[in-house]
Design a binder for this molecule. Sequence first.
Ligand SMILES: *Cc1c(COP(=O)(O)O)cnc(C)c1O
Length: 465
Amino acid sequence: MTSEPDGLDVPPEVLELDPEELRRLGHWVVDRTIEHLRTLRDQPAISVEGLETLQAQLGGPLPRTPAALDDGLRLLADVALHNQQHGDHPRYFARVPGPSSPVAILGDWLAVGLQSVASSWGGGSGPATLEIVALEWLREALGLRPGSEGVLASGGSMANVTCLIAARHRVGTGIVYLSDQTHSSIQRGLLAMGYTAADLRVLPTDDITLRLDPATLAAAIATDLEDGHRPSIVIATAGTTNTGAVDDLPAIAALCTEHRLWLHVDGAYGGPAGLLGPSGGVAHLALADSFVMDPHKWLFQPYDIACAWVAEPGLLEATYAVNPEYLKDVRGGVVELSNRSLELTRRSRAAKLWLTLRTYGIDAITDAVRRGVGLAEYAQSRIEADPRLTIATPAQIGIVTFTAPGASPEQHWAASRALTADGYAAVTCTALHGRTVLRLCTINPQTTTDDIDGTIERLAELLTT
Ligand SMILES: *Cc1c(COP(=O)(O)O)cnc(C)c1O
């Protein structure tokens, strides 16, 4: 007598959802998203709730039996996904906004629904092609070196590490130069790669421009050479997160050529300003040996997506390729994206980006970026016209910082917290060499001049009463 293997008494449709029910709730999800986009301006730009309150609604014992899907979806939308920063809100000026576009949302939905995978050619030739095409379109639009090859990552943090591992593969270990305005994630990435503090030169920037000074860099390289160290990689930033400062790429690249150093450019924030042409503030990107940009910041994509490019063709594969036995059957295609970074199983992040580029066209996207730049310049003009406020750093590719002379650092923080708690806008302070300033990042094309006026007026009032 043979007994049935355990488990076969479970019906195949154990996790199915009736197609008509899926259709009904799918429409609810679409309607709810449209409602979000339509009423965003009247909602708070950021909502934070305590863990206890949230857990009371979202937690509880491990669910053992089914619960109503309608209720679950409503809890997701009204509680979980409501209580977050709304980076797509037209008055979200804190940190870096994430003004995702409706077209990109549609692309991402489809990629999730059709279980996209962009790992091997044999297992995902279509998604792989989307990724190669989208990266090449952007490479051309940004003026990166022809032949540059790329891969998508979750964010700037991972994209920078992806490039820096390839850089080290090419130039070997040695001293890495960055500035005190380099994004904090890069130091973390370098330390995770095995660099130690003794390998890193965090060069001071001046108080006015907050840019990496080529003379300071040249002196640091000279000192290291004298001391018998081996300079290897320079990290420049095209648009710092603090102030939008763009390092002097031609001067830094000249030093890199002279000393045969790798030039990595972090454009996670400011990269899209490269679409604006030579006068747009971010240019000469062909000088970069590797380059990073975050479409989930300023190319109107839902989280998450970042681009990593390396100028030397084949270097990503030379760095990352593995050929384990169990992947043999899917090899032999054109591009194995799993051989271009540390990620093997990866969804098609390109689907949303490709659809966005194809649908709007690069000119409309460039216009949307130009509007963000213009909004920060408008904010600067309003701050300059207000006797209660003074500019700290001028508008640079979408970021302006300012203070209220006479108000303490704590008053600046209190004003940004009060405005944010009020829900009208989300604003934060930052510190520039220890000096507390208010900061607006204005890259959402839906932001109006009224939004800017209202935000500045409220901040000025909070700071002077
Ligand atoms: C945001 C940012 C990063 C990190 O990118 P994530 O997408 O948050 O991982 C790196 N560098 C710069 C300049 C940034 O603005």
